[in-house]
Design a protein around this ligand. Sequence first.
Ligand code: ZN
Length: 241
Amino acid sequence: MDINLKELKPKIILGIAAHPDDLDFGSSATVAHFINQGAKAHYLIITDGSKGSSDQTVNPKDLTRIRYQEQRKALKLLGGQSVTFLGYPDGLLEMSLGLKKEIVKVIRTIRPDIVITIDPSMIYSAQRGFINHPDHRVAGQATLDAVFPLARDHLVFPELSKNGLKPHKVKTVLLTNFEYTNYYVDISDTFDKKILALKAHASQIPDIDQTKIWLRQMAEMTGQKAGYKLAEGFVRIDLRI
Ligand SMILES: [Zn+2]
């Protein structure tokens, strides 16, 4: 743990991700931890989640409806406030100014002091044998661009300012990254809430008990780095400008 990083006490958190369930896998115990300290938590989900099934008979529209319900339920179980869905087609997300503008709109509406998203620099891990989903990378990059400088600068999207969406400066960004982390949150008391939230994503997680076992192992390993029983780790960026 970087000793220069003081413990965060956010008032408003905004989690931004590509798919329903991304935030609950990566950071829901941290979100629950901040909520327990009095924070309000909101989610922004960029895609419609319509490709997240191996069932050949599933109707993508039904899947989107189910996954939106699951995501709303999961955040509610953590004690959070609202979920905004942008409804971009799952699996096909591309970087665009339009996407960044929609994220800016939500940042300027919710006005979070902390934004949580996925680290877009994580493209693949040969060691772990995975390629990070391209939607995750686009979502993370568009979010970073929206945080800085687009949401902050009043001359960007002046039409938003005219409609009451004034510029907003996010104080801290927390990025989920499986390889490198510099900040840890003690989730010993909220790990069970994470499992509860993930259980809400029943269409994605057929065996929650199995999922719980590997998530607990991961949380223990992360905790060892910070001296906590269980932890979630992040790349933390405190924005100075
Ligand atoms: Zn995902």
